[in-house]
Design a binder for this molecule. Sequence first.
Ligand SMILES: [Zn+2]
Length: 164
Amino acid sequence: MDLDDFTWGINRLQKFYNKKLKQDQEDEYYQRIKSIPQEIFVRAIDDIIDTNKFFPTPGDFKTYWYQWQVTNPQQMEREKTYCSDCHGEGILYFNIKPKGATFQRDYEYICRCGSCENWKGDVGKWIPKFTVRELGYKGFSPIPLITWDDSKEQDRDIKSQVPF
Ligand SMILES: [Zn+2]
């Protein structure tokens, strides 16, 4: 969730539980739970208001999120958001043309899409993360997914570890 979503939610809770967090506390709270998707955060607030006697801890939200993932494994796979950079795949493929080279090298690299979190659950955090724009700044050209041919995947020499 982003900070706006969080602020909306935490204000709702503060109102309902008649509690006021200090700015420092609110910042820390956000850091603890910001990886929870906005949709889950909103559902959790409804549930918490329905059932919790006291103002929830960040741990209450994490437990809610964890339980939701365990009870909705299929939905987890479909939790991809729209992303114009990677078309929701969460991965970008791109060519690297070494400095001074006059030809395009024959293999592709992959990185995590820096514009969304659709890579979660598919690829590890050890794979570098860039947006299409950042790749452009570095002089790399992302390969549009539309030209990606899955049947040729075996033949391609895909480097998962980018040399920078
Ligand atoms: Zn993306």
